[in-house]
Design a protein around this ligand. Structure first.
Ligand code: PGA
Length: 250
């Protein structure tokens, strides 16, 4: 049995003051959560949100991590910095990083290695673009991204990773993958993990769906056997909507 994990990806939203407001509203609504709950917030919000969520069921994540310990890497944030600020999770390889900021399977791999080496729990994002789905390339794209991300990583470390399957065409568009599409592709990703690391790691690995997941479609998605939770963008910015999704995941 895999415990579901619901993670909010706030992206570039919420100042420190706004983050306090959102988390203060959220905490009482999710106090009986039966899944793991994470909010992945802007770097500048991590310390404030970590302070507010201390002792609660809500963990704090970052949205990226540097591949080096320290040094001349202007604008990057190290794993040690994230941990000291209070983050325990980190999103790696989000499609917006891949699309707009030149993230590649190689840099995703380097960041994943660094997160695992420092005890941060990674949420690795993979997923195809619309043209790739329409061209029948979904599985090939997901395979390449998963294999590339885990290059050189041990089974023990891989097992600590959460994967988020996020079809790029479903992100922020209001266009969700159907329950069956999401379940099928996540099942395929699990089969790739099985090829890489064997059945025990594959069966234990939590694989989320992400892409316009909301209070209306969460029940159908969560009813699918392969789907172990969600990575939620837009709907994580509203306490009621995010709490509804969290409470729907058992
Ligand atoms: P969305 O974003 O829920 O707004 O589609 C999901 C994500 O990008 O992680």
């Amino acid at each position: 049995m895999r415990k579901p994990i619901i993670a909010g990806n706030w992206k570039m939203n919420k100042t420190v003051a706004e983050s306090r407001e959102l988390v203060t509203a959220l905490l009482p609504k999710v106090k009986n959560a039966k899944c793991d709950v994470v909010v992945c917030v802007p770097f500048t919000d991590i310390a404030a949100v970590a302070e507010l969520t201390k002792g609660s069921c809500v963990a704090v994540g970052a949205q990226n991590v540097a591949w080096a310990d320290s040094g001349a890497f202007t604008a990057e944030i190290s794993a040690a910095m994230l941990k000291e600020a209070g983050a325990t999770y980190v999103i790696i390889g989000h499609s917006e990083r891949r699309q707009y900021f030149g993230e590649t399977d190689k840099t995703v791999n380097m960041r994943l290695v660094q997160a695992l080496a420092n005890g941060l729990k990674p949420i690795l994002c993979v997923g195809e673009m619309l043209a790739e789905r329409e061209g029948g390339k979904t599985e090939e794209v997901c395979r390449t991204q998963v294999v590339g991300a885990f290059e050189g990583i041990s089974a023990a470390d891989a097992a600590k990773t959460v994967i988020a399957y996020e079809p790029v065409w479903a992100i922020g568009t209001g266009k969700t993958a159907t329950d069956a599409q999401a379940n099928e592709t996540i099942g395929y990703i699990r089969s790739v993990v099985k090829e890489l690391y064997g059945a025990a790691v594959a069966d234990g690995m939590r694989i989320q769906y992400g892409g316009s997941m909301n209070a209306k479609n969460v029940d159908g998605l969560m009813a699918q056997p392969e789907i172990d939770g969600g990575l939620i963008g837009g709907a994580s910015l509203k306490a009621d909507d995010f709490a509804y999704i969290v409470n729907a995941a058992e």
